[in-house]
Write a protein that binds this ligand. Structure first.
Ligand SMILES: NC(=O)c1ccc[n+]([C@@H]2O[C@H](COP(=O)([O-])OP(=O)(O)OC[C@H]3O[C@@H](n4cnc5c(N)ncnc54)[C@H](OP(=O)(O)O)[C@@H]3O)[C@@H](O)[C@H]2O)c1
Length: 295
């Protein structure tokens, strides 16, 4: 037996310390493979490990900032050192920021690209070639219904999730008949820290849409992955939103999303120092029409 053949298959969950990733780790562990939990917060990682062990899973935890240089190679080394290889990669690490792109900190917005796009791509393309060689395994990428339309007032996040969907769907097709699958799961709002951390939870759009429970999303995501699905949108309301976003012309859907994600208490971008609602927001007409009505 070669050293490579002695390695055991593992499920690697990037972004496992809390939220959807942590819930997916619990579901995956029930199948019996070791689960490698990746995240930055040591206490939350330890909590996730206890959760997974409680359902009978074997865990390995790696504290790793996925946007740090050579993060994917460090993960690869960690697996080998522990006698494992990546059989399933779950990319759940991600964040967003609500607010106008010109008003949010640039670093935070570039960080969205670094994590949601660059790190996800790095991990995926680091582990996929060996999966193809073995003719087994796959990748489960957590996208969002945000990936179906541009999203004013959360522009970078929506664009990053559009990338995740496009990249995943393309890979799924490229890998047809290889025994390896790539699945993108695109949930609507899920009850996790993401909503408060990003500020999205305070926007009207996320108040009107029903929120799913992370455990429920995880079960559906894992089922979609195991069935080799290309794309899955968990929940009826999210399915409707995804369908509507794909059918409506951009001239209608983009202003509508922008309006539902802007808060009247937001500071006005014109620099007046007033609230948006008391300044340029007074000129807002209906979604789909020009932003500034002739008054
Ligand atoms: N919640 C929603 O409404 C919703 C809806 C649709 C899609 N999503 C997507 O679902 C995925 C999971 O989100 P969630 O709701 O579970 O959010 P969450 O509770 O905030 O979890 C995010 C996870 O990403 C990890 N993470 C963040 N930055 C990282 C970094 N630099 N390196 C390593 N890990 C990092 C966090 O761990 P550490 O902080 O410990 O590093 C945490 O485990 C994201 O891609 C999100 O865009 C969420």
């Amino acid at each position: 037996m070669t050293a490579e053949e002695a390695l055991k298959p593992a499920v690697v969950v990037a972004g496992a310390s809390r939220g959807i990733g942590r819930a997916i780790a619990k579901v995956a562990a029930q199948e019996g493979s070791p689960v490698v939990l990746v995240g930055r917060a040591p206490e939350q990682l330890a909590g996730a490990a206890r959760d997974v062990q409680a359902v009978g899973g074997q865990t390995f935890a790696l504290e790793l900032d996925l946007v740090s240089p050579k993060a994917a190679l460090r993960l690869q080394d960690f697996l080998t050192d522990n006698g494992l290889y990546c059989d399933t990669l779950v990319n759940s690490a991600g964040y967003g920021l609500r607010g106008p792109a010109t008003g949010l900190p640039l670093d935070g917005q570039l960080g969205i690209i670094d994590l949601n796009v660059r790190a996800l791509t790095d991990l995926t393309l680091t582990f996929l070639p060996a999966m193809v060689k073995r003719r087994r395994g796959g990748v489960l990428n957590i996208g969002s219904i945000a990936g179906f339309t541009p999203g004013p007032n959360m522009a970078l996040y929506y664009a990053s999730k559009s990338f995740v969907r496009s990249f995943s769907e393309a890979l799924h097709e490229e890998l047809r008949h290889t025994g390896v699958t790539v699945t993108c799961v695109a949930p609507g709002p899920v009850e996790t820290e993401f909503l408060s951390r990003s500020g999205a939870g305070r926007a009207m759009l996320f108040k009107v849409l029903p929120r799913l429970d992370a455990d429920r999303v995880a079960e559906r995501a894992w089922r979609a992955y195991r069935s080799g699905r290309r794309l899955a949108v968990p929940g009826v309301s999210a399915k409707i939103v995804a369908l509507v976003a794909r059918m409506l012309p951009s001239a209608v859907i983009v202003p509508l999303i922008g309006r539902l994600q802007r808060r009247s208490a937001d500071p006005c971008l014109c620099g007046s120092g007033l609230k948006y609602a008391d300044c340029c927001g007074k000129h807002w007409r209906t979604p789909g029409s020009s932003d500034r009505a002739a008054s």
